[in-house]
Ligand binder design. Structure first.
Ligand SMILES: C[S@@+](CC[C@H](N)C(=O)[O-])C[C@H]1O[C@@H](n2cnc3c(N)ncnc32)[C@H](O)[C@@H]1O
Length: 281
């Protein structure tokens, strides 16, 4: 495993890929029980604001029945399944980590959705995407981890049909980093020294790849989300419930992540986010 894979895995360990099975058991499901997409949506969306964020993307891109959509960094397939269920489109769910890919495949199969959601495993930079394959490309909180963003955007551009659209939701830097504390928090959040682009940086990279770009700033909703998530997690009953299910180590790891996200988005006001909508012209 490369050093970068290792770092990503550390992060995902805090996600705890098997967590969803524990949660399903808590809800009374047995292993291999069939599932409905709607049973999963509170559990399988690994980005902020759950299916509301996916609904916003469906609306922004006007995703319709029969469309071919690529989901970059699909996690355990939550957004892909919800999108296919809601719009009757066909989704390719591309995910880097084999564990996430495996759980995603299992959940999709238990939802009876293997005909509409296809899972592929690998680094998006080296995955064979094909030329002019997709009507739309979507992605939620993934692009920040991809080191070669110019190459990524060129590849996504090539994979889209003429007039095709891309929408990704991503964190960005609102201003320069001003202290060691801010620098350390950002490094922890990003898993590395990789620079967090500003909105302007992203816009420029997309335009250089050939896209026509619009940006919707959603920094306020991220700020509210990170604050509410942190304050709920600080409640003693929440902690004891999570410790009972997952143990101290995982709970401390999640807490650290939630505290850091709250600091970056609220206390420091250093990190915001946007929905980037880009059209292939
Ligand atoms: C914050 S999670 C979001 C998952 C999913 N988009 C969702 O919203 O439920 C980020 C995901 O991106 C994946 N990822 C990171 N770098 C990637 C790459 N180069 N290629 C494909 N997937 C990647 C990670 O493994 C992880 O599952």
């Amino acid at each position: 495993m490369s050093k970068e894979d290792h770092k990503m895995r550390q992060f995902i360990i805090y996600r705890h890929v098997e967590k969803i099975y524990t949660e399903l058991k808590e809800l009374g499901y047995h292993d291999n029980d069939p599932l409905e997409v709607t049973d999963l949506t509170k559990l399988d969306q690994w980005h902020y604001c759950g299916t509301d964020a996916v609904d916003a993307v469906i609306k922004l891109l006007d995703i319709r029945e029969g469309a071919r959509v690529l989901d970059v960094g699909a996690g355990i397939g939550g957004p892909s399944r919800y999108l296919a269920h809601k719009t009757k489109c066909h989704v390719t769910a591309a995910e880097l980590l084999p564990d996430n890919h495996r759980v995603g495949q299992d959940l999709t199969s238990r939802c009876g959705m293997t005909g509409s959601v296809k899972h592929v495993c690998g680094d998006i930079l080296t995955t064979e995407l094909g030329k002019q394959e997709f009507d739309h490309v979507i992605s939620f909180q993934v692009i920040l981890y991809v080191p070669e963003k110019p190459r990524l955007f060129r590849q996504l551009y090539a994979s889209l049909k003429p007039g095709g659209t891309l929408c990704f939701e991503e964190f960005y830097r609102l201003r320069d980093v001003e202290s060691d504390e801010e620098k350390a928090a950002l490094k922890y959040f990003l898993l590395s020294d990789i620079a967090l682009p500003t909105q302007q940086d992203y816009r420029k990279l997309l335009e250089e790849a050939g896209f026509q770009v619009t940006v919707h700033d959603i920094s306020d909703s991220y700020s509210e989300y990170t604050y509410k998530r942190w304050s709920k997690f600080e409640e003693p009953e929440e902690r004891s419930k999570h410790v009972r299910l997952y143990g101290e180590d995982l709970v401390d790891g999640w807490r650290q992540l939630y505290v850091t996200a709250k600091k970056l988005c609220n206390d420091f006001g250093l990190m915001g986010a946007g929905r980037f909508v880009a059209r292939k012209v």
